[in-house]
Design a protein around this ligand. Structure first.
Ligand SMILES: NC(=O)c1ccc[n+]([C@@H]2O[C@H](COP(=O)([O-])OP(=O)(O)OC[C@H]3O[C@@H](n4cnc5c(N)ncnc54)[C@H](O)[C@@H]3O)[C@@H](O)[C@H]2O)c1
Length: 248
């Protein structure tokens, strides 16, 4: 086992998701003590028992990032944190005219207000030399019909990252990663039952210069780099990991 994150405390929101699980596993592999946070308690408990069996230092805590009271309790914990990853998120796809106010508020409430609430609560716990990594999306950087709520929420995360980087410097570096379309359950769930599902997935793949969807595993090394001391000069950065999708 590598020791890159030995004695480091890592908090991951959206820990029970496809990307979140891989991030937790990667930080655990590198010796960190990881706290997974998610609304999906069943998956979180499964992760906790798997980690226990593997003798890994993993704790799961149920957390709704959209709920200010439950997030504020995170701040009261008080113990130091070295790395915070804001990966909790929901996807939404509908033309503006068909996006309800409730859906708009739900998506922004989880994706961007959630990252704000968690950063606000955990901020005082962040140790000298700490790092915050926000997970946005290529949708923050590139227009696409039907993505208004999702794009705005992720673009908000990009702006929030820059402000947080300015405010938390020099103690904490804050960066945002923008994955392109990943071959995870998220897009498959969204398109479930859609008659043009395969065509849409194909067009998402073609939007990338590499002509394929990304794998969640391909986002993980960048997050670990940003979390660690090798990225000591990197803060306020928006980094696409999208096969060139936003570089055309
Ligand atoms: N999958 C993709 O194609 C893709 C592309 C770009 C960016 N992203 C972003 O990457 C992140 C992870 O995506 P994923 O593919 O692993 O999706 P996922 O749906 O597998 O994981 C998202 C996780 O967030 C959790 N979550 C949702 N609402 C929450 C809330 N209110 N409080 C706490 N947790 C909550 C879910 O329970 C889930 O475990 C998301 O922010 C997503 O927007 C995904």
């Amino acid at each position: 086992m590598s020791e890159r994150f030995r004695n480091k405390v890592v908090l991951v929101t959206g820990a029970a998701g496809d990307l979140g699980r891989l991030l937790c596993a990667a930080f655990l592999d590198e010796g960190a003590s990881v706290v997974g946070l998610d609304v999906d308690v069943a998956q979180g408990e499964q992760m906790r028992s798997d980690a226990l069996a593997a003798d890994r230092d993993f704790t799961f805590r149920a957390l709704d990032v959209a709920d200010p009271q439950s997030v504020a309790a995170l701040g009261r914990d008080g113990s130091p944190v070295d790395v915070l990853v804001n990966a909790a998120g929901v996807i939404s796809y509908a033309p503006i005219g068909e996006t309800s106010v409730e859906e708009w508020d739900r998506v922004l409430g989880i994706n961007v207000r959630g990252a704000f609430l968690v950063t606000k609560a955990v901020g005082p716990r962040l140790r000298e030399g700490s790092s915050v990594i926000n997970v946005a999306s290529s949708a923050a950087l590139r227009a696409g019909a039907g993505w208004s709520a999702y794009s705005v929420s992720k673009a908000g995360m990009v702006a929030f990252t820059k402000v947080a980087a300015a405010e938390l410097a020099p103690r904490t570096r804050v960066n945002v990663v923008c994955p392109g379309a990943l071959d995870t359950q998220m897009p498959h769930r969204l398109l479930e039952g859609h008659p043009a599902k395969d065509t849409i997935l194909e067009s998402m793949a073609k939007a990338s210069m590499l002509g394929r969807l990304g794998e969640a595993q391909e986002v993980v090394p960048l997050c670990l780099f940003l979390a660690g001391a090798d990225a000591g000069l990197v803060t306020g950065a928006t980094i696409a990991v999208d096969g060139g999708m936003t570089a055309w």
